[in-house]
Design a protein around this ligand. Sequence first.
Ligand code: AMP
Length: 221
Amino acid sequence: MINPILIIFGPVGSGKGTQAELLVKNFGIVHISPGDMLRDEVKNNSPEAAVIKKCMEAGELVPFAITDELVRRRLELPDVEKGIIFDGYPRALEQAKTLVGMLQKKGKSVTKVISLKLDFQEILNRLSSRLICLNCRAIYSTKVNPPKVEGVCDKCGSPLTKRADDQEENSIKERMKVYTEETSQVLDYFEKLGIVEEFDASGTIDEIHDKIYLSLSMDFA
Ligand code: AMP
């Protein structure tokens, strides 16, 4: 199998992070999620922490000078040679072009864009039940994928928390608005390159993963 460079795409709550984790496990590729990297910057009180926190809590995109630089630095690490899945990046046309340029400099290109489709009511249901581990970044759902012990991460034993930006309906609406207005342009951009495949994201975690896994296995066998 070649080492694919994948982008997983879909509205907030569509299961991007969960599916990305499974693909990382099953294909041995690395996970690049600016959302996780930005939460780390806030946790570690980096110089940009205040700006990042303000944008994230409002559901707005963090300035590209910050996010693109985090991705650029991540791409310098040697493990990216195993293949990559980008999760939450690119989120705007400008970022898509930046990413394609960064990859080109390394003689690489995006292999496939996985586009998850989910309706708004199901998105709200999922976000209201989402829990994350700030230590190891595992994701749970109190409804469909609860931790074995309530409020405790199965993987590392740390306390689980709700994301601050999942609690506010205004923040959810803002993220949906941003997704519709800006991120859909990214999809159009990659559609023109003929590398987008859509998946219905309304099934169970395993059902969706099986469909994606099968498709990628056929592509990269
Ligand atoms: P996520 O964990 O991917 O849902 O991202 C959480 C938040 O981090 C988003 O609502 C944005 O505020 C910020 N963020 C994540 N990815 C990006 C990106 N590619 N560009 C700008 N801001 C981002």
